[in-house]
Write a protein that binds this ligand. Sequence first.
Ligand code: IPE
Ligand code: IPE
Ligand code: MG
Length: 246
Amino acid sequence: MSELKSKIDLEKLPKHVAVIMDGNGRWAKAHGKPRIFGHQNGVKAVREITEAAAEIGIEYLTLYAFSTENWNRPKLEVNALMHLLVQTVRNELKTLNENGIKLQAIGDISKLPSKTQDVLLEGIKKTAQNSRMTLTLALNYSSRWEILNAVKKITEESQADTIEPSKIDESYFESHLSTKNLPDPELMIRTSGEQRISNFLLWQLAYAELYFTEIFWPEFRKQHLYEALVDFQSRERRFGKISEQL
Ligand code: IPE
Ligand code: IPE
Ligand code: MG
């Protein structure tokens, strides 16, 4: 494990890593347990990856925890996820502060149960002064929702004559996304073998390197993050140019 870690060039780390934490349900099923058991064990992976990312020097870590589409799951599972979120934020607050991690959320938080909102907002407030790493939880998040929201806001501004349509450029548009204070992720990791984006950061991932692993989220550990980082560093990011120009 430490051998793998030593292969990582600390000068060339991605600043922002985004993760689609997937496979909790299948992991639980493989162990003959209810899906919720998988979510509970997923928290261990969240803790470990957050710690590993901060330790190695990643500045922004964004975790997809609950999509807008996830409301369509059985009510029992949705309730358990909301409860788990409350518990986790409460339990981890001290560790977040000890490690200088600032908690943030993206998504339509106003639609979460009020208890979940309260605990989350408290966690955000109590870690706001931290600056080592920003941990962003995507909660009731969907990228199309976010993009549509930006379009609505910009349309209003344009109608109020605060912006001329010809002045709407990428940076203006980005300033209307919920990720406005985050750089674009350079690396996106998805666990569980699924190779899709599932409505996550569609605009922001435009040039991200995508990394897919068969590991189910509850089993994702530091070494798996290191593997992803080593793989990321082996890639040539050309941004439309050719090799010789880099
Ligand atoms: C990811 O695991 C957690 C959430 C989406 C909340 P899943 O619950 O999607 O697990 P699988 O994909 O069914 O195995
Ligand atoms: C994506 O996982 C959402 C989260 C990880 C929170 P899903 O398991 O909901 O994705 P799909 O529906 O299989 O694409
Ligand atoms: Mg899934």
